[in-house]
Design a protein around this ligand. Structure first.
Ligand code: ADP
Ligand code: GLC
Length: 487
């Protein structure tokens, strides 16, 4: 059993903007079930405080002149302790954890997450009298990137693991910010936190962690190439022996069509006919023509370039000329939101666009759709295609990252050996997307073939069972690497 401090800037159900929250809200539970002694460290945003009960203060201190207290609560429906960094000046503000109401990053993000990282470092070095010092500090994404950099010179430090959920978000700030944060001067170096004259939080994780992993094997491989490396492929090549890929799992207690409370009708592989009740509910809710037979395509996504919205928009006219319905839920870049709304005004009987973030609706869309659209330009892992598989909603995906690791195309051969579970677009173009979509619609017209694909999808096992064990191995490797470095 190891003591693990799991550091994340979001965790479901306390606070969520994307897949990181799903992972941080479920992997610690899986590790705890494997008898690891794990604590989750999270900023005390107002949304988090509203949901927590029996909060206990563990410690307090001052960081960058801000008063900070460390509070303890529990991850709902689990035994995992959550430690909250309660710093009202940094985290007690409405809205998104990362952005203001204009969609701009909070002006003081560097300071906010530097506070967060420094508290983590003090816990790691047992400076808060908690009588619990971790063996491993496991950080996620740029918001926890400073931790390995600050721990590196410390004697008797825990081993560090850093998980890359998305290399496109790096936490870049100017040199003045580096000075303002009073970081050790030697960290201003291209072999440390400097990145083209900027301060890079993510480099702290990539340069200094004992072990790095990406959230799928294919993405771990892709980021070694400039095309997917966001300027960091050289560094990652240099650290290649410490880099691996571990596929995310999904939380079966939350994403399970047999028990999901957000559905109009629950179902499993033996009651698959009930799935269409959800489709009718979706059509009714969004004033689409009620028709059990018409293929319904769902999409739930942050509306950003990563998610393939360009090729969807380019192909939209042709797509909406086909006999199908499309329901899109998401929020993000305003120009994507506006173009999609425009299309939905023109084709109200074909396309429904819901701008916003809506957790219950996302479950109903997963259940009520026949196909799920996710033609990402890159995708570190992707969770929505995994939820889709579990709900018998066949995903249409690009062959990149975690999508390539989880979706097997319905080619003739893959169908013959019953491994096919979705549809794979092989180029990032609207033409390729439309070709794949047409193929999907052809198979949709063959109920028996379709049902076989659904059953293969639903029977796949993407639970945390395997991946959590891989993380335990990774922790062991990190401990060994740390000891070697210390010699
Ligand atoms: P990413 O983390 O890049 O956004 P993932 O597929 O890993 O992509 O995870 C996205 C998660 O966020 C899923 O749980 C998805 O259902 C959820 N999600 C994204 N947009 C919305 C939305 N508008 N409403 C509800 N849930 C959303
Ligand atoms: C990121 C990635 C997504 C991944 C998620 C959780 O947001 O974009 O692909 O599934 O993190 O690891």
């Amino acid at each position: 059993m190891s003591k693990i401090l799991y550091v994340s800037s979001e965790a479901f159900p306390l606070i969520k903007t994307g897949g990181l929250a799903d992972v941080a809200g479920s992997l610690p539970i899986a590790l705890s079930n494997l008898s690891e002694d794990i604590r989750l460290l999270l900023p005390a945003y107002p949304q988090v405080m509203q949901q927590t009960e029996n909060v206990k203060q563990l410690a307090s201190g001052t960081y960058y002149n801000f008063k900070v207290s460390l509070l303890e609560t529990q991850l709902p429906n689990s035994k995992v302790p959550v430690w909250l960094v309660h710093c009202p000046a940094a985290f007690d503000r409405p809205g998104s954890p990362y952005m203001d109401s204009d969609g701009q990053p909070w002006h003081d993000n560097a300071l906010r997450f530097a506070v967060f990282c420094k508290v983590a470092v003090d816990i790691a070095m047992n400076k808060l009298n908690l009588r619990w010092q971790p063996d491993i500090v496991h950080g996620n994404d740029w918001q926890s990137g400073l931790i390995p950099a600050l721990l590196q010179p410390c004697k008797q430090r825990p081993a560090t693991v850093f998980t890359i959920h998305n290399l496109a978000y790096q936490g870049l700030f100017n040199y003045q910010t580096f000075l303002d944060l009073e970081l050790p001067a030697e960290l201003w170096h291209p072999d440390a936190l400097e990145f083209h004259d900027q301060l890079s939080f993510i480099k702290g994780g990539l340069v200094f962690s004992d072990r790095i992993n990406a959230v799928s094997p294919t993405y771990a491989h892709e980021i070694l190439q400039p095309k997917y490396g966001n300027g960091l492929s050289g560094l990652l090549q240099h650290r290649q022996t410490r880099l691996s890929g571990i596929l995310n799992g999904i939380d079966h207690s939350i994403w399970n069509p047999a028990t999901d409370p957000h559905l109009a009708a629950c179902y499993d592989t033996t009651t698959l006919d009930q799935k269409s009740v959800n489709k009718l509910a979706l059509q009714k809710q969004f004033d689409l023509p009620i028709d059990a037979k018409i293929p319904l395509i769902g999409m739930i996504s942050r509306m950003v370039e990563q998610k393939g919205l360009d090729i969807i928009l380019q192909g939209m006219a042709e797509m909406l000329a086909m006999p199908l319905q499309l329901v899109i839920l998401g929020t993000g870049d305003i120009h994507y939101e506006m173009q999609l709304m425009e299309w939905s005004r023109k084709y109200p009987e074909r396309l429904k666009v819901i701008i916003g973030y809506n957790e219950p609706l996302s479950h109903l869309i997963e259940a009520g759709s026949d196909l799920f659209l996710m033609p990402s330009a890159f995708e570190p892992c992707g969770l929505n295609q995994l939820y889709s598989l579990r709900y018998g909603t066949l995903p249409i995906v690009r062959n990149v990252g975690g999508l390539a690791d989880t979706v097997i195309d319905a080619s003739k051969q893959n169908r013959a050996n019953a491994t096919a579970n979705g549809f794979v677009v092989t180029h990032q173009s609207s033409t390729a997307l439309l070709t794949t979509l047409k193929h999907a619609l052809t198979l949709y017209a063959l109920p028996e073939a379709w049902r076989q694909l659904q059953l293969t999808a639903m029977n796949g096992d993407f639970s945390w069972a395997h991946s959590a064990k891989h993380y335990i191995e990774l922790y062991q490797q990190a401990l060994a690497d740390r000891d070697q470095t210390a010699d």
